[in-house]
Design a protein around this ligand. Structure first.
Ligand SMILES: *[C@@H]1O[C@H](CO)[C@@H](O)[C@H](O)[C@H]1NC(C)=O
Length: 142
């Protein structure tokens, strides 16, 4: 094998250096949704939030009392994209890097939790006990 193809092959299978990217669409079809609403990234992977409609955020919150997510997001290793309006003809995107494999619970800060309470939720690394379905139910009930 030539050195260049060996290096290319080594890099291609080296997830610590080059993580996978997960694309999550926010507000597709004008809905109060993250699509997909459940992802399972590893440490070093990235998540790109693409904001398609309205004026949303992707902000980490708590599993049990999700709405509204607090500015800055709930940590450790939480995040907050801030408000990203897709109302002026652009579809902004924000990429975050995953720092651990703990569950992270994501919703939208807009309208004092009104978007969140529609069930607008994304589960990052949910578990068998703490599921996206239960997180969404908690958001709707909060
Ligand atoms: C987006 O929402 C935030 C929070 O409600 C607001 O402060 C901001 O003005 C909005 N941006 C646009 C362009 O509507």
């Amino acid at each position: 094998m030539q050195l260049t193809s060996f290096v290319a092959a080594a890099l291609a299978f080296c997830p610590v250096v080059f993580g996978a990217n997960f694309l999550v669409m926010v507000g597709a079809n004008n809905g109060f949704t993250f699509t997909p609403n459940e992802i399972h990234p590893n440490v070093g992977d990235t998540v790109t939030f693409q904001f398609l409609t309205r004026n949303h955020s992707a902000t980490t919150t708590t599993f049990t009392s999700p709405c509204p997510p607090p500015p800055g997001g709930v940590g450790p290793n939480g995040f907050d994209t801030g408000f990203q309006p897709a109302t002026t003809g652009s579809t902004p995107s924000v990429t975050v890097t995953i720092q651990d494999t703990q569950p992270h619970w994501v919703s939208c800060m807009q309208a004092a939790g009104a978007h969140c309470r529609t069930g607008m939720t994304l589960a990052i690394n949910p578990t068998a006990q703490m599921t996206e379905a239960q997180f969404m139910a908690n958001a709707i009930a909060s």
